[in-house]
Write a protein that binds this ligand. Structure first.
Ligand code: SF4
Length: 290
């Protein structure tokens, strides 16, 4: 049961009346010669690392080695507990979790690259915070992570998830697309709705450049992960409401790749453009590498 595009994936889902996660699990079983139990046991390990990275990041408010990020997850958590916030529990809990994972990453802690270390906050933050809110089982979370994998797999097959190749749209954009599609399935949506949600997220960040300050995956990366959570959640809600993408997912992925190819090298992880080239970013760079 193999697929390399959203169109092929939807055709299998529709023909066999399967969810995206079920198709992906079957694919994993056949590709890697593992049993379903073994596949789920591996996903259990992955989910556990995701959960631990969320908790560990929140535990301390120390700055990263460079001092560029740190303590922001705790700060937002305290704000959320104290005030009647604008974004509310769902979004803010996810955002706090994403900042936590990115803080853990900056301290060289263990994270799951989903699909990359630079975008590792979005998927766990979105899925785990929502699952907790709706009291959804670990089994269902694991299944949603397979849905996310299927979307990430299609993007890697037809475009890229690398900031160095396609800009931040390819990295945090893909993570948000994976999270949005998985979130839809987690909350009972169908495969078409999952790919609609994934399309909304990618379209929203088309053209987003990769511009890490001092070449380090901290600034603006952590905040882009935080905002990637809201991108995924709102996209999933739109899809679950029945709003459909007018441009098919595969064409959105192709567009993202084309845009990435046209981006100047200064805007693809070289730290020569965008936010990385601002006066203040250059001062940070000098301080860090002096
Ligand atoms: S700015 Fe670049 S390094 Fe940072 S998250 Fe985006 S793609 Fe990754």
């Amino acid at each position: 049961m193999n697929f390399t595009s959203g169109k092929e994936l939807l055709a299998i889902c529709n023909k066999k009346n399967l969810l995206i996660s079920e198709v992906m699990i079957e694919r994993e079983i056949s590709q890697f010669d593992l049993t379903k139990k073994e596949i789920f046991s591996k996903m259990d390990e992955t989910r556990t690392v995701m959960e631990e990275s969320i908790e560990n990041g929140k535990k301390d408010s120390k700055l990263s080695f460079t001092g560029l990020i740190g303590g922001e997850a705790k700060m937002l958590h305290e704000y959320y507990l104290k005030y009647n916030t604008i974004s509310g529990k769902s979004v803010l809990t996810g955002v706090i979790n994403a900042l936590s994972v990115m803080e853990e990453n900056s301290k060289m802690g263990k994270i799951v690259a989903a699909p990359t270390a630079g975008s590792s906050g979005i998927l766990p933050a979105t899925i785990i915070s929502t699952a907790k809110r709706f009291n959804i089982s670990n089994q269902k979370i694991n299944e949603a992570l397979f849905t996310a994998s299927a979307i990430g797999y299609i993007i890697t097959k037809n475009a890229t998830v690398s900031g160095a190749e396609g800009g931040c749209q390819a990295e945090t954009g893909s993570a948000s697309a994976m999270a949005a599609g998985a979130l839809v399935e987690l909350l009972g949506g169908n495969p078409t709705q999952s790919l609609s949600a994934a399309s909304f997220t990618l379209k929203n960040v088309l053209g987003l450049v990769c511009d890490p300050v001092a070449g380090l995956v901290e600034l603006p990366c952590a905040k882009r992960n935080a905002l990637g959570v809201s991108n995924a959640m709102l996209s999933a809600d739109m899809a679950l409401a029945g709003i459909e993408t007018k441009i098919p997912f595969d064409e959105v992925v192709e567009a993202m790749y084309r845009v990435g190819k046209k981006m100047h090298p200064d805007l693809k992880e070289t730290a020569e453009g965008g936010i990385a080239a601002t006066k203040t970013a250059r001062e940070f760079e000098k301080r860090i590498f002096k």
